[in-house]
Design a protein around this ligand. Sequence first.
Ligand code: GLN
Length: 599
Amino acid sequence: MKRSSRRTATTSQKRHKYIFVVGGVMSGVGKGIATSSIGTLLQAKGFVVNLAKVDPYLNVDAGTMNPTEHGEVFVLNSGLETDQDMGNYERFLNRDLTQHDYMTSGMVYQSVIERERNLGYKGKCVEAIPHIRDEIVRRFEDGAKVNKSEISVIEIGGTVGDYQNIMFIEAARVLKIKHPEDVIFIMVSYLPIPHKIGEMKSRPTQNAVHQLAGYGVYTDIIIARSEMPVDQKRKEKIAVACNLPADNVISAPDIDSVYDVPLNFERDKLGDIIAKTLHLEPHKNAAQTAGLKAWKKFAESVKNGKNGTAKIAKKDKKGVPAKKEVNIAIVGKYFNTGDFVLTDAYVSVLEAIKYSAYALGVKPIIHTVNARDFESRKPNYAALKKFDGILVPGGFGEKGIEGKLAVIRYARENRIPYFGLCYGMQLLTIEYARNVLGLSDATTAEINPKAKHPIIDIMPDQKQKLIDKNYGGSMRLGSYLAKLKPETIAYEAYEKAGWMKTKGRGKDTITERHRHRYEVNPEYVERLSAVGQDGQPGLVFSGTSPDSTLMEIAELPRGTGPGQHPFFLGTQFHPEFLARPLRPHPLFTQFIKAATKKS
Ligand code: GLN
């Protein structure tokens, strides 16, 4: 008897486990962070976890959506353009995710329709049920195999009751029938405390659970989001109404830092409850993992960062006092939606700044600056004085670029640390060409294909794509190698952080993620990097593609002499996609370090 039960435990352990996270009551209550945190908890128990997002929209990927409406487009190593939640997943897991971890209705329909066109359904009538549903099930199971993980945590976009996500919920139901012991459902719900009533109400959550049950899907665990912790009385009330143990109602009150969420969940023993519900034995790797230790330390540094303890002030041997706070301006254009200012379009950039600041023990204060405010005849440059660092993130098109160029010029001339990401690097180069080399009509072919001085030009392999209007998923996307030049800011930063390959054929290279169609025009590289007659040092291309044809990083030599600068650097790639809480990005760290020293 004993032997056989042990055998069952080991077999069940080997079977892949699926956790579906669904939203109840309303959107925007932190389902993505809850999913990420579940990943962090299970990983801390030694399990190999992958996090996946299914999005109900018909876009085949997130790449064609406007960031003001949909937030940031997060690019994976593979080049897939995904939802910004995928960024949170990678950051919380400290693991690279794959294209199998992201699915949209558009992707599913596209592959079913393609198969139908190829007679793949052998003359059958192709319908949403079973064909679309089964394609989703197939993708869930495929993802589990390809990722070589033990547990998949899959967030279903939208809220229970939406029409759009019904097919995904139906597919999850069928997966549970196929693997009854290995699939559970967690609902992230919301318990309002109406002002006038002053009491936490659980009815909307009960209704959401009942509605899901109406689809044949039974909730195993409820993550109860609210302004306040959920008390025992309400836990019990929800438990009875929703047919689950009171312990399976996890209290998830509002908190200041999203990085405390895994720790809060652990307080209510979410990890153990999941393990019990999924029949998981303690993992054999559990003893080797440091558990949540590293995460706790990081969450603590967030608090220190908020206080600005400025550890580097003590460490800086050159005697330059560091600041306890750094004021960083992000100069962009995707901030305003209606009457609201949202920073969603730049979430990875914001987080990357914070991780480096926390690691340095300084408090990051991030300001959003609308580039268009600097396009008037007399821009208010005095407003830029209060910033210790200026960053221009990625972007597209004409709007706001003259404003960004004006700000970059101000940063260069006034020696304010400047960091340009993708478009921010292209504009850095244009600014340099215009104001240092005197090519006053320097610009990018993106806004003027017939420009006299297209300092930034379309990449040769992109031309035909634009002619064919082949826009979706066709940029230069995903991970590419870049070769670094010794004795530059970039080289030192990556070397110090141990991010550079130091041996073999890939020596002196790094890998970073990209998303662009345009590049520094090779015909101008020599002029841009030439030393001027006045001793002006020229722009240093400290990173290039391994065949030296594509400029990946541009910087001015560090120093206080003519033409030098404390930190004036731009990357053609998006370093923000690789910054993680437990692994701040070396270039962001250098940028923040320079900012803390600005007088
Ligand atoms: N618009 C520029 C390009 O396509 C920059 C893109 C970006 O910033 N991601 O090359």
